[in-house]
Design a protein around this ligand. Structure first.
Ligand SMILES: Nc1ncnc2c1ncn2[C@@H]1O[C@H](COP(=O)(O)OP(=O)(O)OP(=O)(O)O)[C@@H](O)[C@H]1O
Ligand SMILES: [Mg+2]
Length: 251
């Protein structure tokens, strides 16, 4: 049988007395775009932080492409092909679009002593960055400081940063947060296109069920740090437990 792209076993983490994740068994198979949903504080971002090495779990294991990566440093996990975006935009606002991407690509491709080399000499990195910028039509803004971009373009750039290391798995944490209805539609189309052309394995944390329905093949529901249920979009929408949790909210 194929090895899952990502697998967690009995994953747990405590913050003092709070069990933010409890016995989470999760699996993503090759070619899947899976949505992770759940109310505020359910543990979605914490789950990403533990997978990517930003937080160490109190219990359990994380396997990426069959390799046990539990407790690895984030840069090592990134170099193995696992990339993420952040719920709150985490770009360098005073640097340009190009510079933000160049830094990310250099880190991901494992160049040592980047601070002592002439950055512009690295043609491979420049080529990757230029192709990424072109792929979303941001050429006109490539030399602009990120602080001058619209919120929508900043969220898009955040995804490009995630893609700059050519990952095999991309974790997206609320990519449409704070976007207008129009920007959300555009972002959804972009992600759909990316999932079709450049990154087949995606986990997306998202509150907007229209976006989830449009993008995901399966949904996993997290509730108070535990997986409540998992299934196809239709199965989850009609699941009694989900309706209970989201009482008063349309799922
Ligand atoms: N570093 C931390 N220290 C202490 N508690 C934390 C920390 N990070 C998260 N928590 C707590 O863990 C729980 C899960 O938080 P998390 O941010 O993972 O939720 P979430 O599902 O991403 O929520 P949202 O939808 O609001 O982004 C919350 O109760 C939160 O307050
Ligand atoms: Mg979150």
């Amino acid at each position: 049988m194929d090895v899952p792209v990502l697998k967690t076993e009995n994953l747990g983490i405590n913050f003092g007395g709070l069990q933010a994740l409890k016995g989470v068994d999760f699996e993503l198979r090759e070619g899947e775009v899976k949505a992770l949903i759940g109310p505020n504080g359910a543990g979605k971002t914490t789950f990403f932080n533990v997978i990517c090495g930003n937080l160490k779990p109190s219990a359990g294991k994380v396997y990426f492409k069959g390799e046990d990566i539990t407790g690895w440093a984030p840069f090592k996990i990134c170099r193995l092909g696992l990339s993420r975006t952040f719920q709150k935009t985490s770009l360098f606002p005073e640097l340009s679009v190009f510079e933000n991407l160049r830094l990310a690509a250099q880190t991901g491709y494992g160049k040592r002593n980047v601070f002592f080399r002439h950055a512009h000499s690295d043609e491979k990195v420049i080529d990757i960055v230029e192709r990424l910028i072109e792929s979303v039509g941001l050429q006109d803004k490539a030399r602009h400081p990120v602080a001058n971009l619209s919120h929508g373009d900043q969220r898009l750039l955040e995804i490009l940063v995630g893609l700059s290391t050519n990952p095999e798995l991309l974790l997206l944490d609320e990519p449409t947060a704070g976007l207008s209805v129009k920007e959300t539609k555009e972002m959804t189309e972009r992600i759909k296109e990316l999932a079709r052309t450049s990154i087949r394995n995606v986990i997306i944390v998202e509150h907007d069920m229209e976006v989830v329905t449009e993008l995901a093949t399966r949904i996993c529901v997290l509730y108070y740090g535990e997986i409540l249920c998992e299934g196809t979009v239709d199965e989850i929408k009609s699941h009694p437990k989900v309706q209970e949790v989201y009482l008063g909210r349309s799922v």
